[in-house]
Design a protein around this ligand. Sequence first.
Ligand SMILES: [Ca+2]
Length: 385
Amino acid sequence: MMWTAAVLLLLLPSLLSYADKENRGNINQSELDNRDFADVPVKDQRPLGEVKGQDSCTIPCDITVKLLRDEKQSICGQLQQSLLAFGRSNRKLMRDVMEAQQRALDILSSQVTELMTKVQTLSLEVQRSNTEMYSMKPVQSHGRDCSDIKDNLVSVVPKIPSGIYIVHPENTDSSFEVFCEMDYMGGGWTVMQRRSDGLTDFKRSWDGYVNGFGHLAGEHWLGLRKVFHIVNQKDTRFQLHIALVSHDDVTSYASYDDFRLDSETQFFSIHLGRYAGSAGDAFRGYNQEQNQDTAPFSASDVDNDGCNPFCSIGNCTVESCSIHHNHTGWWFNQCGLANLNGSPEDTERNQGQRTHIVWDTWRHNGVPYTIKSVTMKIRRIATNN
Ligand SMILES: [Ca+2]
């Protein structure tokens, strides 16, 4: 079809020129005779020339004109039909090409989605194998806490590795595993909480928060009882360091130069010293109503949150800050501006619940950062003893 159309297009100028001559209408007959046959290559007496030459003598010119006009109309009609068909086939061709492109795009898109899923699965595998690798690793040393281990090893090991160690805090019968960060800011840090990928469920009851949960090398909550044992050792003081990373990889921190917990009978109330940092003091907030310093710990099944019977948070009436914060545990005080036990995944879709990690004093242009990872760690402060 395309070949036919091309031939027709090539012939079109001659045909139009011919038609133009015809359409000039009432030119006189002798002129028409001369003109009509002047262009015909008759010099060599080719058959066409002969025929026309003969016709000019034997067929009346008006019949010749009529025949030629009929022939022209017929050719023009065919040409129009061919052009229409060409246009149709061209449109169909374009449609086919676009459909083929769309199909190719769909296939590419599904391949990209498939690849993304594979990458995610692989990332999770890597994360899990890292966690397992740390868990499999033999515990390298004993000490009262990570600061103590660091002090004990520093003279015999040139570079103390981060990882899981067994600690046995002073004046307790219990020993347990903790993750020690030995590279960060001089090392000696005992990690008490880490949120990084949302793989560990932080919707836990009071018992979960008291005893701890998760994987020490990955996301975990060490447990209030263990942290209490560490920070309540004789002649020790601990600082708390909170490291935050936003979803667009901005980092920030909040540090408290004193950190301790009351005992279980007092619901592990938190006590914080002076704040320093770049993320703002969300633990204390901007006024006394938001101050979580000295607040007891709450979970979904143990309510010490200061909302009694309820608090008004935004447009919500909140009876339980833990439930309002996705059933997580924290030192809530009328909820407040901090809860680092939220999820790094943004799932804040259900009825104003705050499911995300919250540190509301860390803002950019007045808007709180979306936090994708956080670590809470504690380290001994040098004392005179
Ligand atoms: Ca309450």
